[in-house]
Design a protein around this ligand. Structure first.
Ligand code: B12
Ligand code: SF4
Length: 678
């Protein structure tokens, strides 16, 4: 189901860990926080004995700042970390981790509930003096470091059993998570099962909670859905599911029914964000069909190349069944989407483009990501890097910027920029491919895509051909692509991980924001900033379509594609020529044409007399753009700010006017934006 980010989920992880401990030690005083500012305020007022932090790749540096700050109020604070962002099978890495984090006393690896409880019990027995406790009594999930002797402290003999999840109290039903359900910017998240039977090298899912699939009590799950629906105040009404393979178990259909029942009776959830089973079965489809009004089914192979899938440990995920399931899903009205990762071992520019074309042609929405190496994942091990010739660079995480009072932080991604099968130039080329495909995926191009479809063409094939056509690029397109590529090159930090800054100032964050680090959105904003860009790209495409496809499609179809392209681009919002509303003359019955399935030629929908559509700018854009212009460093930057700051969750909506049903043409002059002269 669609995992695109809506709002951050509430802290279910520490909810489970704390709830389990409180169930066994009811006198404990534990407070949970999501927002670092609130945590620091609370520590200032009443410094605790223990600070326990979740550790993921999105809060590694932030955690360091929080610890430094909290230690100012209690220098003896015992600092414990837990979560998946830890490579527990590499002693060299563990030494490096602790040497760079002298403030961390203990790391608890794996499933946290029982281990954290064991930690609290040991602490209690030591009279709250951790130093006094003999490490021989530590369970195997504990990792520490003796900074004087420079050795890792670990006792592998006493492993913590995987939990029987029916014994884990629900942090929802106990009321522990109520303060977070009360917050409008947090979304609820539930876990119905734990573990993943696969072992993909780029993922650590199995590492944290184990590969064996275990289930939470079904009644508890159903009660949680009911409980959350009654209380969650977030107006988006999104529900996250943390399972690795939702829909894998037959009972998931029942859970889906409970969700839909809750939606019908209580208006929650209106959207579901979950990862669907990797090897879908008939009951996965049943579940997805039940949820189809509120969710999209993920069919994410991550690569369409068999050799790549083998290299990344996915050979047990059935690529041959993929097409059948997708077609079955389409028949049953289930929308599907697919994620592809570039930079996986074995993937070249050519194989990636082929996979992208195959998935695009199958009608799925495709989401592309770079390959990030994650701490804890097999893919970041020395052996894996060497075997596949993996070359990486760091870059600032586009979504990892944080300003919390006097804490300013950002995080780094370790991005794969080269492998035995992909050079740096290939990587940059794929980045350009990504930017072009993302641009043609904007809803604005719905007519263009519809026409390509019945001509047996697609936007991935087109984007690939555009990239090969450099000698014919017009100046503006050439500059846009060259700037994008340069920005993708410039953002790569190739220094040693130890040299990376981990302390930041407010100015650092300001500077980074000005660098437009969300590269693909920045590329798109730059296109739509100027009407001359759109005009030039339009005329280039008219010419290029003939060169690329005249031997593949009939002349009539080629004309249809070009007419559809013109219709699409009529709706483009150009920020130097902004109108609140304007008219569009059209010679086709667009609604009937767009709903023709299988798609039929546009020319069959030609009308005797043209009709006039009204096109309206989306509510709030005009006013927000005024503000963005004041804050922006340039006209292009203002469009980027509009997207990033004012409409971050609106995906592509700032790029096209809403086309209203046919209206009589209005004689009044369009209300133009002052930026029209920019
Ligand atoms: C929900 C989810 C999301 C959500 C919400 C993320 C968020 N900020 O909360 C969304 C969809 C937004 C998301 C996005 C991303 N995610 Co995500 N996501 C998950 C997912 C599916 C579930 C997390 C969850 O809540 N699980 C339920 C809880 C109960 O389990 P848990 O987190 O493992 O916690 C247990 C233990 O780890 C431990 N524990 C956790 N904290 C603590 C603290 C203490 C003190 C202790 C003792 C123990 C402990 O105990 C817990 C209970 O047993 C996990 C996969 C998974 N199932 O773990 C990936 C996962 C966490 N995501 C991951 C990644 C990489 C991402 C992205 C970077 C992907 C991308 N390229 O865009 C983005 C970045 C998001 C961001 N900047 O915030 C990685 C993290 C890798 C890492 N080294 O940190 C994971 C593990 C998946 C993977 N690929 O391996 N994600
Ligand atoms: S199937 Fe998904 S959750 Fe499981 S290991 Fe692979 S990527 Fe991770």
């Amino acid at each position: 189901m669609n995992p695109r980010v809506y709002d951050q989920p509430l802290p279910l992880n520490v909810g489970y860990v704390a709830g389990y401990a409180l169930d066994r030690m009811p006198d404990l005083k534990i407070r949970l926080f999501k927002h670092p500012g609130e945590l620091i305020d609370a520590v200032t007022e009443d410094p605790p004995d223990v600070l326990a932090l979740s550790h993921y790749m999105w809060n590694a540096n932030l955690n360091l700042q929080v610890i430094r700050k909290c230690k100012q109020y209690n220098p003896d604070l015992l600092v414990v970390m837990g979560g998946p962002n830890f490579t527990d099978d590499d002693p060299e890495w563990i030494s490096w981790f602790f040497q760079n984090r002298p403030q961390v006393d203990l790391y608890i690896s794996g499933e946290g509930e029982e281990s954290f409880f064991r930690f609290l019990k040991l602490l209690d027995e030591s009279g709250c003096d951790w130093e006094k406790l003999n490490a021989d009594r530590w369970p195997a999930s504990f990792y520490g470091y003796d900074h004087d002797k420079e050795i890792v402290i670990h006792n592998p003999s006493d492993s913590v059993e995987r939990l029987d999840l029916s014994m884990v109290p629900s942090p929802y039903l106990s009321g522990l998570l109520d303060p977070f359900l009360d917050q409008e910017n947090l979304s609820p998240i539930i876990e119905t099962n734990r573990g993943c039977p696969y072992a993909c090298t780029f993922c650590i899912w199995g590492q944290a909670v184990g590969s064996k699939l275990r289930q939470f009590n079904l009644d508890t799950v159903n009660q949680e859905i009911h409980y959350i629906a009654e209380r969650a105040v977030n107006p988006t009404k999104v529900l996250y599911v943390a399972d690795a393979n939702f829909g894998m178990l037959p009972r998931d259909k029942e859970i889906a029914e409970a969700m839909m029942h809750s939606r019908d009776s209580k208006g929650f959830p209106l959207r579901l964000a979950a990862s669907t089973a990797k090897n879908p079965t008939p009951h996965t489809l049943d579940m997805a069909e039940t949820l189809s009004p509120i969710a999209t089914m993920s069919m994410s192979l991550q690569s369409m190349d068999k050799r790549v899938l083998e290299f990344v440990g996915r050979k047990n995920i059935r690529i041959d069944k993929y097409d059948f399931i997708r077609q079955e899903a389409a028949k049953r009205g289930i929308q599907t989407f697919c994620e592809l990762i570039y930079g996986l071992p074995g993937e070249s520019y050519k194989t990636f483009l082929k996979g992208l074309i195959d998935t695009t042609r199958s009608g799925q929405f495709v989401q592309m990501y770079e390959h990030h190496l994650l701490w804890g994942a097999e893919g970041s091990s020395k052996e894996h890097r060497e075997k596949h010739g993996i070359v990486t660079a760091f870059r600032v995480q586009p979504d990892g910027l944080g300003d919390y009072g006097d804490i300013h932080s950002f995080e780094y991604d370790e991005v794969v920029i080269g492998t035995n099968d992909m050079t740096l130039e290939d990587f940059l080329r794929i980045r350009c491919l990504h930017a072009l495909v993302a641009t043609f995926t904007v809803r604005l191009f719905v007519e263009f895509r519809h026409a390509l479809k019945y001509c047996d063409l697609d936007i991935a094939t087109l984007s690939g051909l555009i990239l090969e056509d450099e000698e014919n690029w017009p100046e503006r397109l050439s500059n846009l692509i060259a700037e994008f590529k340069q920005a993708c090159r410039d953002e790569l930090i190739t220094s040693d991980p130890d040299q990376l800054e981990t302390e930041f100032t407010e100015k650092d964050i300001r500077d980074i924001k000005q660098r437009e680090i969300k590269r693909v959105p920045s590329f798109m904003c730059r296109i739509f900033a100027k009407s001359a860009n759109i005009q030039e790209i339009h005329s280039y495409l008219n010419d290029a379509l003939t060169r690329f496809f005249s031997d593949r499609v009939s002349l009539e179809n080629l004309e249809d594609i070009k007419a559809a392209l013109s219709i699409s681009l009529e709706r483009a919002v150009c920020y130097d020529d902004l109108c609140k509303s304007r008219d569009m003359e059209c010679e086709y019955d667009l609604e009937s044409w767009l709903s023709s399935a299988p798609a039929r030629p546009l020319r069959e929908f030609h009308l005797d007399s043209s009709i006039t559509f009204r096109m309206d700018l989306r509510e709030g854009i005009w006013e927000a753009f005024e503000k963005a212009k004041e804050a922006g460093t340039s006209h292009e930057n203002a469009v980027y700010l509009l997207k990033d700051k004012f409409f971050p969750k609106s995906h592509d909506k700032i790029f096209y006017y809403i086309r209203r049903d046919s209206q009589p043409s209005t004689a009044a002059a369009p209300d133009r934006h002052p930026a029209a002269t920019a």
